[in-house]
Design a protein around this ligand. Sequence first.
Ligand code: ZN
Length: 244
Amino acid sequence: MGGCCCCFPAHKPPRENPMHPVGEPLIRHGSSSTAYRMITYNEGLSAVDRLKAGFRTFKTVIYDHNPKLFGPLKAGQSPKYMVFACSDSRVCPSVTLNLKPGEAFTVRNIASLVPAYNQKIYSVGSAIEFAVTILKVEYIVVIGHSCCGGIRELLSLKDDKPRSYHFIDDWVKIALATKKKVERENSLLSFDDQCTVLEKEVVDLSLRNLRTYPFVMDRLASGRLKLIGARYDFVHGRFETWHP
Ligand SMILES: [Zn+2]
């Protein structure tokens, strides 16, 4: 977000730009609809050169060919979605959900957790407030995922074990009561299967926690905002959603 001029839009572009319908792909390769492909780079590139090469590809393949999308975005943003996703490098929602620039205001953190309203947790609270009160997003989507390291750490926490990390344990403890419930109700399941259950239960906890933010409740009550739970399973290539 930073302090750039585009963050507080004086002009909001249309939510679904009629000049560039949501269904229109950003990348076209020939006539095949399945021709989206990832680009690989020479492994000998330095870290910085790899980033620059990636930007050059984005600039020439996407940015320069979609002025109807990027033009209005110079003046402001009007995303329909706020998305919570894990920081895990395998689950970038812009990639997995094919979200275009301007479509989703995104927060990524360990285990895609939303803490309950707490004015001392500035980062998440300010992002929700910005998305809901300024951008007026229509949907908040919380996405869990398979093999989540944050969820595994949460499920590994023991009452009699000192914390292992400076920050991670305290962060995932936001869902400590949910972890204990899952352990209680699924004691016959393996650790991995308990993790799978907990991945979804933690999404539901985050959805409940969203309702503790007064500005979220205001817009939910008036029907201008909806919540969506989701899980991306990258082991089996599946994506499921549900309404709380
Ligand atoms: Zn994760």
